[in-house]
Design a protein around this ligand. Sequence first.
Ligand code: ATP
Ligand code: MG
Length: 564
Amino acid sequence: METESSPRSLNFIEEIIEEDLRTGKNGDTVLTRFPPEPNGYLHIGHAKSICLNFGIAKRYAGKCNLRFDDTNPEKEDVEYVDSIKEDVEWLGFQWNAQPLYASDYFGRLYDWAVMLIKKGKAYVCDMSADEIAATRGTPTQPGVESPGRKRSVEENLDLFERMKRGEFPDGSRVLRARVDMASPNMHMRDPVMYRIKRAEHHRTGSDWCIYPMYDYAHGQSDYMEGITHSICTLEFEVHRPLYDWFLDQIIEPGKIRPRQIEFARLNLTYTVMSKRMLLRLVKEGFVKGWDDPRMPTIAGMRRRGYTPESLRAFAATIGVAKRDTVVDMALLEHCVRDDLNKKARRVMGVVNPLKVIIENYPEDKSEEFEVKNNPEDESMGTRRVPFSRTLYIERDDFMENPVKGFFRLSPGKEVRLRAAYLVTCTGVIKDEKGGVAELRCTCDPDSRGGDAPDGRRVKGTLHWVAAPTAVESQIRLYDRLFTKEDPTVVDEGQDFTANLNPDSMKIVTGFVEPSVEEYGPGAIFQFERLGYFCMDPESANGKPVFNRTVSLKDSWTKAAPGAK
Ligand code: ATP
Ligand code: MG
């Protein structure tokens, strides 16, 4: 697997940057930016963009700005601003100086718009959004010119000023760039630069009732900040001529001219990545919030137990492409396992408990076994795990009538209780319905530590938890959020929520060894033989809540032999 530091060939963006450094296009400056719109929480796709932009800055001794693209006041909120800052830092990146806001540039953007009007490059148009759309033409037919195009500079200056002062109702007028209504690129057909919208902005309050459009604000913001490489996703490729056109109008000699470069956005199987859809999942209660561990958001993944290192390794592994791809969720889970395997403390926990009484083990006896915290890393030390006459084992580890090849516990069979004793099942206690309620076993007192005294072969090794000291825990077992690889594929009349997996979360009560009580929310453990589990912030009053981060079974390694 690719790691952040392993040598690899340059991706196409790095090739462009190295060429620019060689030719001295921007001196030795490399300045990128990550420009989220604060209208939702960041998701794993954003994490890719963050790793790319901040990663490039790091690689070329440059900087990366965090700039909030806050030009759409109705959908934006400080809650989102705060979460974005938290997520970027958690991923391990530090932005250049202070966070920046496109809204801080509203004044300069306005002045430049006035300048464009004076140059005859922008005009006020009285058409509604629908009329503008209807007169834009088609890719093969030129659009119809707006009557506003014929306005004098003076009239345009006056109308634009009055738009700003709030003399006209919302949506009644716009400022448009005067580019080319016959351009084969629809984005060049006199695009809208400003619209009237009386909306409270989370930073500028009611200072403005006109707001710049993304296309106008973005490139000019890049220019103001001296961004050298403005990296964005592929859908902006067709906007690039407009990005360049706006820059042409304002660029001054000696200033850095930002270059827009597009890369393919990340798509993942079994989830959705559009903020509009994620917002619906939150607002309509399909999940418990933006940080629900089933969400593909950074906050959700953090709560689930994914680490920044695993997300960065994932971003490095998938690399950057020029064509859209869908990445297998199993690869992301593989990266998470790979990292947690090295870091997570092993503990024993039982998620589907079956009570076992060791009949020849004295009731008043208690002893502890010393167990390694992580066999991959001796420096993580050992811990003491208490044993007792009454234990819990995993229900799935017992079969009354074992099928062929079942080497775990069944009547008359001997197994190893990990690091403790060899035990043999001597009895099965049934409940009224005939189900298995409890087991009776005997242990071989000479097998202390789990080794057979005579070297006899015992195939199965089970995890267990001693009942008297067990920590009762709520355990949340997660599965994919959607049942389809591409949840947006739906039958007529349905939407993507029809593909939600009704079993994406199962809550069970389990028992975990007492060492977990020394840790708090955010601690990640490997429950032996089961998977990785992260302690949830909702843990309270000695009753931990654990989120299953990922199971141990790696379907990626199986799907792609040689992947690791
Ligand atoms: P959405 O379409 O989900 O609303 P967006 O692109 O509008 O996302 P922004 O806040 O504008 O969200 O995104 C900030 C940056 O993250 C942009 O540069 C955008 O290109 C990038 N980005 C967004 N989604 C992805 C993705 N799936 N893969 C890679 N980069 C992405
Ligand atoms: Mg966007």
